[in-house]
Structure formats: structure tokens, C-alpha cells
Unconditional design. Sequence first.
Length: 250
Amino acid sequence: MVEALLETAGLTRLFGGLAAVQDVALSVQRGEVHAIVGPNGAGKTTLINLLSGDLRPSAGSVRYRGRDITGWPAHKVAHLGIGRSYQKTNIFRDYTAFENCWLAAQARLPGALDMLRPAESRKQATERAAKALELCGLADRAGRRAAALSYGEQRQIEIAMLLAAEPELLLLDEPLAGMAPEEGAGVLALLKRLAEDHTLVMIEHDMDAVFAIARRITVMVNGRVLASGAPGEIRANAQVQEAYLGEAAP
């Protein structure tokens, strides 16, 4: 049996008497695109926060590459090779696209806070930043201030910042949110390219995009997993249709 890249067991997060995430078992295989979907308030972002180390679980466990990382802080999780994006664009708007990526790359290299770090470290950060921008189709935007770019390009900068840190696993929280159709199509094409060399876990409300890219879909409702399976299984699941999709199976 192939060991999962990322898996959880009994993962739970309580806020007072409210269980935002309750008893979630998740298994993400290396190289797959795994979508987390569900209505607003289903616990999707809280789940991603638990996986990324932004929140500590109240119960349960998180394992990455077979290693128990339950309760690890976000910076330690990131150094393991897990990158995470947020619902709201999280970039330095007054810096250029290249500077954003360079800073992200430098932060993940050994001795990032050492003012006397060797020149080789700076060279590595430069090479990683340039490669990330190229992968995201932003090489010709490298010298432009992030604030001057379109919303879709700013979202691509955020993804490029993740790639500059050379993660194996990307946790993406609504990467297509707020985009016009043309911009969304561009970012979806980018995600498909990234899926060739990375494992993706993504929250997304655009179900057309989810069915176009995901190999596995987990549906959450009220903090619990309602169903998890291949796209065809999820589309045909009567409980999922009633709770979330709101349509009959084709």
C-alpha cells in the first residue's frame, strides 16, 4: 500500500463549544490534486489552517511523509516543504514581482536571518525567484510593482512566491476567487502545469474548475467530511447533490 504524502486522523478544532472541524480523516497521495469543497462555514479554511500550522488542533493528528507534525508552528511546517496561500492576496504591493519572489526564496534558505550570509545564498534566492516567475508566466512582469498588476497577476505572484520556496505540497485557499473568467482560466491553466510536478490541496467554490483539475474531491459540511472520492463519484453522490451541488447527476 502506497503511503500518503499527507494524512490526518480524527482531526478536530474547537472554538469554545463550536466544532469548526470535527473528526476529519484526510489522505492526500503524492502527485494528486485534492480539492476540498463545501458550503460557506463548512470548516474548509480551518482545515487548511490546521494542515499548515496556522492553527493547533484540539484533537487528532497530522502526518507528512509519515512524520507526525501535529501542532507544529507554521514556519516549521513550511520548512518541511509545505507552501500555503490565503483567501486574500498576501503579497508586498510596493515591491516588484521579482522582489516578492526573492524575499520568499531567501526566507526559506538556511541562515535567512544572518546579515552576513554568504553570497551563494543570494544567488540561490535569485535563481529560485526567476524560475518561479517563469513557471507562472510572469517573467516579463518581473520588474513591475505588484500594485500595478492585475488582480489575477497578483494571485499568480502569490503562487510564484510559494514556488520560490521550492515546496513539494501546495495548500491553496480559493486560488480562483474574485477573478473574471479570463483571469480564472489563466490561473487554472497554471494550476494544471504545477500539478505535473507538485501535490496540490485546494479549496475552491468554482465546481467547473474543481471537476476539470481534481483527481480526488473531499466534501465538507458542518465541519465534517460528508464524502470523499473521485470526481465522478462525488458528482453522482446523492448526499453531496442535496447538501452542496444542488443538482441532479448528469
